[in-house]
Design a protein. Structure first.
Length: 139
């Protein structure tokens, strides 16, 4: 069995952003040489997420609006976490809702997606470097 590991780094210009990282994961898959197996993609920071959905601008706007309704950034004093001097209590909650990681099957050397599925990095406390782990195992 083969094992492959790579870190992808991102720094978004906005506090909240969604980046399609499917092509980067596909590149990792090509580098790994794995034809049958699994790929794990997970955010290595507690205010970011990795998820699968459609790459459609309206959906991403809906996500941003929905998340801001669930856990608005302001006023920052509403979050006990921010009593520590932070201002990102909302980002921790947004990450919890959107999830930490995805696992995708690899079949015949390709990501085995359903229709329209893509992998996204969700950033909820941006403007600084954060990493995503890609771990691939298989034959």
């Amino acid at each position: 069995m083969k094992s492959y590991r790579k870190e992808l780094w991102f720094e978004t210009p906005h506090r909240l952003d969604f980046l399609n990282i499917t092509s980067q994961v596909e590149s990792c898959l090509g580098e790994s040489g794995v034809r049958e197996g699994l790929v794990l993609v997970n955010a290595m920071h507690i205010t970011a997420s990795v998820f699968i959905n459609d790459d459609e601008r309206g959906l991403h706007a809906d996500y941003a609006a929905w998340l801001e309704t669930l856990a608005p950034h302001a006023p920052v004093a509403q979050y006990r976490h921010n009593d520590t001097g932070e201002d990102n209590g909302d980002a921790h909650l947004k990450r919890q809702v959107m999830g930490r990681e995805v696992v995708v099957a690899i079949t015949n050397g390709k990501l085995d997606f359903g229709p329209w599925e893509q992998i996204f990095y969700g950033e909820f406390d941006g403007r600084r470097r954060k990493r995503v782990l890609v771990k691939i195992i298989g034959e």
